[in-house]
Design a protein around this ligand. Structure first.
Ligand SMILES: *[C@@H]1O[C@H](CO)[C@@H](O)[C@H](O)[C@H]1NC(C)=O
Ligand SMILES: *[C@@H]1O[C@H](CO)[C@@H](O)[C@H](O)[C@H]1NC(C)=O
Length: 182
């Protein structure tokens, strides 16, 4: 009887220990997203975007950077098709003639931004973080240039402000990732 009690006690202790370790590990993994995002300029954008990919929960810092990069590319690709839609809506509309020029510039700028981000995937793989930084900065500049184009048109508001700003935030956060990885 005594030995039964003691062995079940031992079992209990082991279970508690295993449970404790599992909790610690789960807590630590779940925290990497928060811990990293806390250090970014736009931590809420960082958290919500990374959490949209379940892979984030089981990724290390490099993995998170790769996911963040993919999310930025996806946003740029969506924006590019959104701009193309606006362009075809504006086509043939005399009032929208001026805005068409800006939209065409934005198509070029976003195509360039996508290329820069694609190239920075390679830099991330090669651990060339300086190059990654330059490419991401270039992508950010592309969207700023797109936004600035509309400021030269009086009486027009940029239809892309929200998208451009969100893209800038994603890129700004990527810059921190490349800094942390060095
Ligand atoms: C990034 O996107 C590429 C192409 O869509 C995919 O093959 C890759 O697994 C993605 N990487 C991550 C870390 O999600
Ligand atoms: C042309 O563009 C103006 C300004 O965006 C808009 O108010 C108007 O409805 C458009 N006309 C057509 C035919 O789409």
């Amino acid at each position: 009887m005594a030995s039964f009690t003691s062995s079940s006690e031992v079992l209990m202790r082991i279970l508690l220990l295993v449970g404790g370790i599992a909790l610690m590990m789960y807590g630590a993994e779940g925290d990497l997203v928060s811990e990293t995002c806390k250090q970014t300029l736009y931590s809420q954008v960082c958290e919500s975007s990374l959490r949209s990919d379940p892979q984030s929960e089981i990724s290390d810092l490099r993995g998170l950077a790769a996911i963040a990069l993919n999310l930025s590319i996806a946003h740029a690709v969506h924006t590019l098709s959104y701009i193309n839609n606006l362009k075809s809506e504006a086509a043939g509309n005399e009032t929208d003639f001026l805005i068409s020029g800006c939209l065409s510039d934005c198509v070029e700028e976003y195509s360039d931004a996508i290329q820069n981000l694609q190239d920075s995937k390679q830099s991330l793989n090669d651990k060339s973080y300086d190059t990654m930084n330059s490419l991401v900065t270039a992508a950010m500049t592309d969207s700023d240039t797109c936004e600035d184009g509309f400021k030269e048109l009086t009486g027009y508001e940029s239809p892309l402000t929200e998208r451009n700003q969100y893209f800038s935030k994603l890129c700004g956060n990527l810059l921190l990732f490349s800094t942390l990885l060095v």
